[in-house]
Design a protein around this ligand. Structure first.
Ligand SMILES: [Zn+2]
Length: 395
């Protein structure tokens, strides 16, 4: 292993040791460590903390570090240092990086501390005189809980204008040019509770809810026919992104001999980038009302949360350039796809900043579960992509 590779790995190893699922203590310690590392390679850092304006009770340090070479355009590169909890039985201790067979195991090794290590290593190796863009690195917290006080707050308080954005928190199998929107909702099905020995006196809401679920299956099939202009990632049973609807929770639970008075359904509706959340809420309202009328069932619909997806124009030269770099570094054709899930890109998209996502997260990396790991070759890949993108002429 060369000493350059050792640097990324050493950095990752230290980053993994901070359990950054815990805000109170480790956010501060981990962010200080990152800032120090950036200062060690002669970069200045700024901390943007929502606590300063009273938007958070606790300190949430988001680090901004800039390389200004007087270029015409500025690229933001975003990564996050918070992680999800390390529950369950791990093969190796989750907060101590273990390297085995070309893989490094640890909570956050892939999501997203591997990308922090790869990014800092890239900046360290890069010839700053050859930079094509001014660079603003955004190393933020709170991504795993929605990013409002992380990337969201940081962008709101950033001084400079950003022309393009890259989020390193995604797959190396495609360059992501969009993400799905999400609506979560509740359907409360009302019946009449009673004693199971006298079912004729009650009106079982579980049976009503079952009928609603079957009707919703037709709705699911109908909306799946709508296709986005944006391609779906490899492994999706459709060439392009499409709207999805899933009943994810059913609740009616009292006692074996009790017929409950209500049955609650919860669902997840994924929006393609072309759909707007307000219109889809209306569509759901109409659909659920229609089903209720057809079945003569009282079903009360509530929206629990809603967010739009977004799409970045795949024909932008910035997008094509990045795709070209990934293809040259990997020697493979790389598609431009939208994500089936949501991601932090909407914070940039809302500000009309073209954003793409890439990273080391393969479907096999076990992120958000036990034995999370990153392939060492992917750390190198992300590093080389960043180096070559920021100084195009070296390819
Ligand atoms: Zn992540």
């Amino acid at each position: 292993m060369s000493s350059k590779e050792n640097y990324e790995l050493k950095l990752l190893s230290k980053l993994v040791e901070f359990d950054t699922n815990s805000i109170e203590k480790n956010y501060v310690e981990c962010s200080k460590f990152i800032a120090k590392e950036l200062e060690r390679i002669d970069l200045e850092t700024e901390v943007i903390d929502p606590r300063e304006k009273g938007e958070s009770k606790v300190t949430i340090p988001n680090i901004v570090s800039r390389i200004n070479v007087g270029a015409e355009k500025t690229v933001a590169i975003a990564v996050h240092y918070d992680v999800v909890p390390a529950e369950g039985k791990w093969k190796y201790p989750p907060f101590k990086l273990t390297v085995e067979n070309g893989k490094a195991y640890g909570r956050g090794a892939s999501d997203d501390k591997g990308s922090i290590a790869a990014l800092i290593a890239a900046i360290k190796e890069i010839n700053l005189k050859k930079l094509k863009y001014n660079v603003v690195m955004l190393v933020t917290a709170e991504e795993e809980v929605g990013g409002k006080l992380g990337l969201g707050y940081t962008l709101k308080n950033l001084k400079e204008k950003i022309d393009y954005a890259i989020i390193l928190d995604a797959s190396p199998l495609f360059v992501s040019v969009g993400a799905s929107g999400i609506i979560w909702g509740k359907i409360l099905v009302k019946g009449r509770g009673g004693h199971a020995g006298y079912p004729f006196k009650a009106d079982n809401p579980i049976m009503k809810a079952s009928k609603i679920i079957l009707k919703l299956e037709k709705y699911r099939e109908k909306i799946a026919k709508k296709k986005s202009k944006i391609k779906a990632p490899p492994g999706t049973p459709s060439r392009n992104l499409y709207p999805r609807f899933t009943v994810t929770m059913v609740k009616a639970w009292e006692k074996e001999n009790v017929i409950p008075s209500t049955c609650e359904l919860r669902f997840d509706r994924r929006l393609i980038p072309e759909e707007r959340k307000e219109e889809v809420v209306k569509e759901l309202e109409q659909e659920i009302n229609k089903i209720g009328n057809e079945l003569n069932v009282e079903a009360e619909f509530t929206v629990l949360s809603k967010g739009n997806g977004y799409a970045t124009d795949p024909n932008l030269s910035f997008v094509k350039e990045f795709k070209g770099v990934v293809e040259k570094v990997t020697g493979e054709k790389i598609p431009l796809c939208g994500e089936l899930g949501g991601n932090d890109g909407h914070f940039f998209a809302k500000r009309k900043i073209p954003v793409i996502c890439f990273g080391n997260i393969r479907p096999s990396n076990n992120i958000h579960t036990v034995n999370e790991h990153v392939n060492l070759s992917d750390l190198k890949l992300v590093k080389n992509v960043i180096i070559n993108f920021l100084q195009l002429k070296t390819l």
